[in-house]
Design a binder for this molecule. Structure first.
Ligand code: SF4
Length: 475
């Protein structure tokens, strides 16, 4: 059976089977409050991508619904949820070292419950490592069963159990409470999982098969966000372009985006991440005709060599990539296109790398996220011959960044003197004397005039650099 045709089961949050657990945890938290004179506190620590950030907002939303309060300080917490990433070995090691540091918190607060969630715990070897070597960790919760947090907490609280089940469901939980980190920028997951099996990527093994939310559920959520005053809504998926694949009615991502664009308001819509093999001219036409769809497209290329793209199992070549890129630029000349590039993939010759540099010169990305290839246990590429020596990878990485910095500066320079629409993010995190925000093309803009977060500004660009614009707010 074609994987995409498998029917996704939609689990309403109010599903009967979670209700008794929610009540059990609520009873536990109110007992705690009576005993301790305060509500128990929950701290969620997030590693990795926007999808993990969106999941963490649901984890905190469920905890608050069951009587916990949020805290930014793990030392003050009675429940710590660590939402992990598995994209690289390094990300897992970082999470495990931080979980290791929580040992003393458990010694200080024996009531403390520690749960580990996210992509890392989808792997059996990591679950058994946590079970054996981290006795103060109470449970692991896999990404596809996030909505079962009440059940896991109830079992731990009521019976002191430790739970290390690996679970994968082809389900989508709807209506979970969400505690959003921002009051004006929001993530909306529209699909989960990935069926692409790029040879270097662990995601399909830890996030499961693709399953899309029902259009009506997505539209309702975005409608509510716009009515609540949200200004920037980012639609999320490991591969948003394959949204709805396998639906009998043929409804796809472009159809969803067109419907979302009909929602009136002064907001903008972004989406990520796209896969070039599923990026269609239909989608580009919907973007170009849209009122709220930001002219910003993140389209991971990964390599400029057709041979390396074949070995990566990416299912497109340079020509196909450039065809959709050129069509985007023809339809939306002001579009900002960003990409992901992997350097030093097994078997990457100097000529293959030169092809990547040539593609950068041709594609002229506004920005790239660049990575040095590192083998991921369990992926085909990790077993491939001709792994590239680190010093060669590093040298190529430096050459790639140097070229992209030139291109990014050339892409931004023509913006000098223009007036940009900017969504203000308030005081700059790096320099409290200045403010910053982002254009619909996701370009960061710095300015000196104070302005409230979440408001639209008109900013005249006085100076353009490779990775930032500097300007003056004009009233
Ligand atoms: S499209 Fe490829 S790189 Fe992206 S999540 Fe899926 S398998 Fe990984």
């Amino acid at each position: 059976m074609n994987e995409n045709a498998m029917k996704t089961e939609v689990i309403p949050a109010s599903a009967a089977d979670m209700a008794p657990f929610i009540e059990s945890v609520k009873a536990w938290t109110s007992d705690f409050a009576l005993r301790e004179g305060r509500a128990p506190r929950c701290h969620v620590l997030t590693f990795g991508c926007q999808q993990n950030e969106a999941d963490s907002e649901k984890l905190l939303g469920m905890a608050l619904q069951m009587g916990y309060e949020g805290t930014d300080d793990p030392a003050n917490a009675d429940l710590i949820l660590v939402n992990t990433c598995a994209i690289r070995e390094h990300a897992e090691k970082r999470a495990l070292s931080i979980i290791g540091q929580f040992k003393h918190l458990k010694e200080q607060n024996p009531h403390l419950i520690i749960g580990v969630c996210g992509c890392m715990v989808a792997q059996e070897h990591r679950r058994s490592q946590l079970q054996k070597s981290y006795p103060y960790v109470s449970f692991v919760l896999c990404t596809s069963v996030l909505y079962r947090l009440p059940q896991y907490l109830a079992e731990v609280q009521a019976r002191g159990k430790r739970l290390f089940k690996g679970e994968e469901e082809l389900t989508v939980a709807e209506g979970l409470p969400i505690q959003r980190a921002s009051g004006y920028r929001a993530y909306v997951s529209i699909m989960y999982g990935c069926n692409n099996f790029c040879s270097y990527c662990i995601v399909p093994y830890v996030r499961g098969r693709e399953r899309s939310r029902e259009p009506a559920d997505v539209i309702r959520e975005v409608q509510e966000l716009v009515e609540a005053g949200y200004k920037d809504i980012t639609l999320l998926g490991q591969n948003v372009n394959s949204y709805g694949k396998g639906r009998a009615d043929g409804y796809d991502f472009a159809d969803l985006l067109r419907e979302l664009d009909r929602i009136p308001g002064d907001h903008m819509l972004h989406f990520m991440t796209s896969h070039p093999k599923d990026a269609t001219k239909k989608l580009v036409d919907v973007m170009a005709a849209g009122k709220h769809i930001a002219h910003s497209f993140h389209l991971p290329l990964q390599s400029g060599s057709d041979e390396i793209l074949r070995r990566m199992n990416r299912h497109y070549d340079r020509a196909q990539y450039l065809e959709i890129l050129d069509y985007m630029r023809e339809k939306m000349p002001d579009i900002a296109v960003t990409s992901d590039i992997i350097v030093g993939f097994p078997g990457e010759s100097e000529a293959d790398f030169e092809d990547t540099l040539a593609m950068l010169r041709r594609a002229r990305f506004d920005m790239i996220f660049s990575f040095i290839y590192s083998p991921r246990k369990g992926t085909p590429a990790a077993e491939m011959p001709q792994q590239i020596p680190r010093e060669v990878q590093n040298a190529r990485f430096d050459r790639l960044l140097a070229l992209q910095a030139e291109i990014a500066a050339e892409q931004n320079t023509p913006l000098t003197g223009t007036v940009q629409r900017v969504l203000c993010d308030g005081v700059s995190k790096k320099n409290s004397d200045i403010y910053n925000g982002r254009t619909p093309q996701n370009k960061i803009v710095f300015f000196e005039e104070p302005a409230p977060e979440g408001t639209w500004l008109s900013v005249r660009v006085d100076r353009a650099e490779a990775f930032a614009l500097y300007g003056t707010v004009i009233k």
